[in-house]
Ligand binder design. Structure first.
Ligand code: FRU
Length: 504
């Protein structure tokens, strides 16, 4: 058996070991008893995950891959974890799909990438990294000096579990003469006349850049030009992603009669909606914003079976590394969100309908009972196990403040609004921009130690919250101000997607 074959098998073994069913009894009990671990958000059975990679609907199933460290609950040695789902909500974990090839261009990590469907086969274009001397590196972030190249692998079976890598990079170097601050996260799509691809980058001293490529066969790529670029921060950060001078994880796609560009930098994921000049292949943004104002990064999109554009994001930890490392798991996938074009030309989003299938027992309060009676009824509504969906509809012609709080006191999410300043909503420390029509509808998806908050299907903020002990606190809603503004409050207990928090 040659070294490559051996390593391939070793990779499979590591993957099998991460399967929920193969986890030792001790770990199963530990996960099942960890109230901070989500019950209806996807995450690998153990260890660290970051970016969603290559989500794809294939042969009637949804496949999800993600950045994964099989050895520890901290970032490092990037592999691709893999899971499959009938509905984007219930997941079955599969063996690791991609592992670094010793001596290969991805010897030090299989970074983020995208699925391609080419006839009857599925491929993945991703970034491989290997350590090089600093002078040859495309990543120099103070900690790492890596050379990034764009690689292609093909799935060998309909379940997308066995992958064969094309040995040589399909793009081996950044565009000639370009002094890049990074060169990664390829995102291809099939256009009217061939394959196109954007790659995240930045030009040193100049700013973030989205590089546009074209290909006939997914193997030979021609660099066209910058599809879009930033102005540069002028800040000398050690890691150019921190100053906004390197744009990671780009996505570019049509939505309705517009085009959307997404990229991640400075700890946030940004969207721009605009016009694509198809002759010059230049993008002219018209509106822009932030995809999520909280712990949400490096998103990836896909089309679902009905052709809707689905957004997935990496929900990061916000506790100290020593704590998540000791917990044995870190990070989770956001719930699937459907991207929409808003009436004001901006990008909107709502939860995918399949998330509703998780709704269990329901409690509801409608307006019209008098303030004291409303407050009394509201105090009686409780979520147990930190596992639920909460929706509130509130008036826009008043000042109000509402909290989702632990019934023993601590607030988890506090949302405040004042009709005198109707363009913003305060959600904890974040200020969210708001359109100005109709009631304000809050949707909060609580799960262990996360709350995804969506407002009016317009803006989102993902909040992490942590607590000590073995039992998830009970949660309730409290109106701090302006109970008259509350039209309706609804709570559902959510049904866990697995019995033991393994999400498998
Ligand atoms: C974003 C990112 C990507 C890279 C990956 C590595 O979180 O930095 O740019 O491909 O993570 O894990």
């Amino acid at each position: 058996m040659n070294r490559r074959k051996f390593m391939g098998l070793a990779g499979m073994a590591a993957g099998t070991a991460m399967l929920g069913t193969k986890l030792g009894y001790g770990l199963r009990v530990r996960w099942a008893d960890d109230p901070l671990r989500p019950q209806y958000h996807f995450l690998p059975a153990a260890n660290w995950m970051n970016d969603p990679n290559a989500p794809v609907y294939w042969k009637g199933e949804y496949h999800m891959f993600c950045q994964y460290n099989p050895h520890a609950a901290i970032w490092g040695d990037m592999h691709w974890a893999h899971a499959v789902s009938p509905d984007m909500v219930h997941w079955q974990q599969l063996p690791v799909a991609l592992a670094p090839t010793p001596g290969g261009p991805d010897a030090d990590g299989c970074f983020s990438g995208t699925a391609v469907i080419d006839g009857d086969r599925v491929g993945a274009i991703y970034t491989g990294v290997r350590h090089v001397p600093e002078s040859e590196a495309t990543i120099r972030d103070g900690k790492n000096s890596y050379r990034e190249t764009q690689l292609l692998a093909w799935a060998e079976d309909p379940n997308l579990t066995r992958w064969t890598k094309v040995a040589e990079p399909v793009i081996a170097t950044p565009p000639a003469g370009m002094d890049v601050s990074g060169f990664r996260d390829p995102s291809p799509w099939h256009g009217d006349d061939g394959w196109y691809m954007v790659v995240g980058s930045g030009v040193r001293g100049k700013g973030g850049a989205i590089l546009l490529y074209r290909s006939e066969d997914l193997i030979h790529w021609e660099y066209l030009h910058e599809l879009y670029g930033g102005l540069g921060s002028g800040v000398a950060a050690v890691n150019p992603v921190d100053s906004g001078d390197m744009w990671e994880c780009p996505e570019f796609f049509a939505l309705g009669d517009r085009h959307v560009l997404i990229y991640s930098s400075q700890g946030k994921s940004w969207w721009q909606v605009g016009e694509l000049d198809r002759k010059a292949w230049l993008f002219h943004p018209e509106t822009h914003g932030v995809l999520d104002y909280g712990a949400f990064y490096a998103p990836k999109t896909q089309l679902d079976r009905d052709g809707h554009r689905i957004l997935w994001g990496w929900i990061q930890e916000q506790r100290p590394e020593a704590e998540f490392s000791a917990a044995g798991w870190a990070g989770m996938m956001s719930l699937p969100r459907v991207l929409t074009l808003r009436e004001d030309g901006g990008l909107g989003m709502r939860m995918a309908p399949s998330v509703e299938t998780l709704r269990g027992a329901k409690q509801q309060l409608k307006a019209g009972k008098g303030a004291r009676e409303m407050l009394r009824k509201l105090a009686g509504m409780k979520l147990t196990g930190c596992c639920g969906e909460v929706r509130c509809r509130l008036r826009r012609d008043a000042a109000w403040s509402v909290s989702l709080a632990m019934t023993n006191g601590r607030d988890v999410v506090t949302v405040g609004f004042d009709a005198a300043n109707p363009h913003v909503l305060h959600v904890n420390d974040a200020l969210l921009p708001l359109g100005t029509a109709g009631a304000i509808e809050l949707a909060m998806y609580v799960d262990g130690s996360v709350v995804e908050v969506l407002v009016n299907d317009e803006v989102a903020v993902t909040i992490r919250f942590y607590y000590a002990g073995d039992v998830a606190p009970e949660l309730g809603l409290r109106m701090n101000l302006g109970v008259e503004a509350l039209h309706e409050a609804v709570m559902w207990q959510m049904l866990p997607i697995s019995r033991d928090r393994l999400t498998s």
